[in-house]
Design a protein around this ligand. Structure first.
Ligand SMILES: Cc1ncc(COP(=O)(O)O)c(C=O)c1O
Length: 453
């Protein structure tokens, strides 16, 4: 199979997107909050609660005043510490989702709190017309961690991807002329919601209703080296991949596939763009997931965990790619501001001081062992995927969302990707005791569900 044109599933071919491939966020957002609320079993003690709880009030006001683009679960968190969260009713949860891979070093980490508070009390914003000390320091830190790449800062993963797409095209066109612009990406990938990053996203359900997509993107099945080779033509500018596809249920690129992509880019003079928005920041046990197969990107993007919850995004470029960019070609008002860079510097320091990459490897290994054992004894799991603390469990029954909601009732937070996959992205500071507790809660949730049937 070579290049694949995306086909939007119609009512008649809706089965083209299987439960295993439908992403958690899409699947969840196709339901209204009210529908989701109806699915969540009543909380113990609900009957004793007054008519209008803080949660009900939030749900009602949001329904009236907020655009309903999220299918929210009926829970509002109010406070966090480490890997713990408390909701507005004071119930405690163990957080094995980390705000979808955002909370790298744990909630309300004192070092990050201190850095953010001190910076907020000093200076929040000037402009990128001037030098910004924390931004320069952060660039230096990332330069070191990435083996010499240069940084551009923004606020989100989608913006980092936009910057990478623009830079890749500019670089290739400055070398080869305007005929090379096409970006090859993977089916099932997720790169963001802006038009460029959405066009790069190889999932038709995200495009539906927003067409036409910007031209110049083609899609290949993941881990099919022959298809990737066939997709590269004289019009190709870049190959863009997530080393581990997070939103689609933790689908790793094979090491050989990433190496083949690198070789193809070297051979044809293309740019290799790696999107580590979800898999970076030490989550797999190395700073970038692509380091495992020895991969080297030309453009590397990261966001989620960079500021431990403070919006922050970075696109890193090799010296070579960077040469085509001139002042005025690209920018971002809030990118690299004092606050986000102070948060990111503190977060990176905590990762180093508390050896959280080693912890991700060690505790991630232990967690996978426990999940594997759970999967075997319950006979529910058919595959376990991931590295370090980005873990997906593919179930052999379509109960992922029910199990996620039952686990929430038991005080454990994780996420379901469609009906088929459980996704775990906990803060990197979790301990063995946290894993044991999470497994108890998961087992209780599963037993409770089975007993209810
Ligand atoms: C791999 C990947 N790229 C890009 C994005 C988009 O990031 P943001 O929501 O910050 O724009 C995400 C978000 O989940 C992601 O997982």
């Amino acid at each position: 199979m070579s290049v694949t044109t995306l086909e939007v599933p119609s009512k008649n071919n809706a089965a083209a997107v299987s439960p295993a491939t439908a992403t958690g966020d899409v699947a969840q957002t196709t339901q209204t909050s009210a529908q989701l609320e109806a699915r969540l079993p009543a909380q113990a003690g609900d009957a004793a609660q007054p008519d209008h709880t803080p949660l009900q009030s939030l749900v009602e006001t949001d329904a009236r005043c907020g655009i309903q683009n999220y299918g929210r679960l009926p829970i509002a968190f109010a406070r966090g510490a480490g890997a713990r969260l408390w909701d507005v009713a004071g119930r405690e949860y163990l957080d094995f989702l980390g705000g979808i891979a955002v909370v790298t070093v744990g909630h309300a980490h004192p070092a990050v709190t201190q850095a953010v508070s001190a910076q907020a009390a000093t200076l929040l914003h000037s402009a990128n017309l001037y030098y910004i000390e924390p931004q320069v320091k952060l660039a230096q830190k990332l330069h070191h961690l990435s083996g010499g790449m240069r940084a551009f800062f923004c606020n989100s993963g989608a913006e980092a991807n936009e910057a990478a797409l623009k830079l890749a095209r500019k670089y290739i066109q400055s070398k080869h002329g305007a005929g090379r612009f096409e970006i090859v990406t993977a089916l099932k990938s997720f790169h963001g919601r802006t038009y460029g990053s959405l066009a790069a996203t190889g999932q038709p359900q995200y495009h539906k209703g927003f067409e036409p997509m910007p031209p110049g993107f083609s899609y290949v099945p993941l881990n099919d080296i022959a298809a990737l080779q066939a997709a590269v033509t004289e019009r190709t500018a870049a190959i863009m991949l997530e080393p581990i596809l997070g939103e689609s249920g933790v689908l790793p690129c094979d090491d050989a596939y990433l190496q083949a992509a690198r070789e193809l880019c070297d051979r044809h003079g293309l740019v290799l763009i790696l999107d580590e928005v979800q898999s970076g920041m030490g989550r797999t046990g190395k700073f970038f997931a692509s380091e495992w197969p020895g991969g080297r990107a030309d453009l590397e993007k990261m966001r989620k965990g960079l500021g431990n919850g403070v919006p922050d995004g970075a696109k890193l470029a090799t010296d070579d790619d960077e040469t085509s960019i001139a002042p005025g070609n690209h920018g971002c008002t809030f990118g690299g501001n004092f606050l986000s860079c102070a948060a990111a510097l503190a977060t990176l320091q905590v990762i180093e001081d508390e050896k959280l990459m080693q912890n991700a490897t060690e505790i991630g290994g232990y967690f996978r062992e426990r999940l594997m054992h759970w999967g075997e004894t319950t006979k529910l799991a058919q595959e376990l995927r991931g590295r370090g603390l980005i873990i997906g469990v593919e179930l052999n029954q379509p109960i992922a969302r029910d199990l996620m909601q039952a686990a929430l009732q038991n005080g454990l937070v994780f996420n379901a990707v469609g009906d088929g996959i459980l996704r775990f992205l906990p803060p990197l500071c979790i301990t063995r005791a946290d894993v044991d507790e999470a497994m108890d809660k998961l087992a209780n949730a599963e037993r409770g569900m089975m007993n209810d049937e």
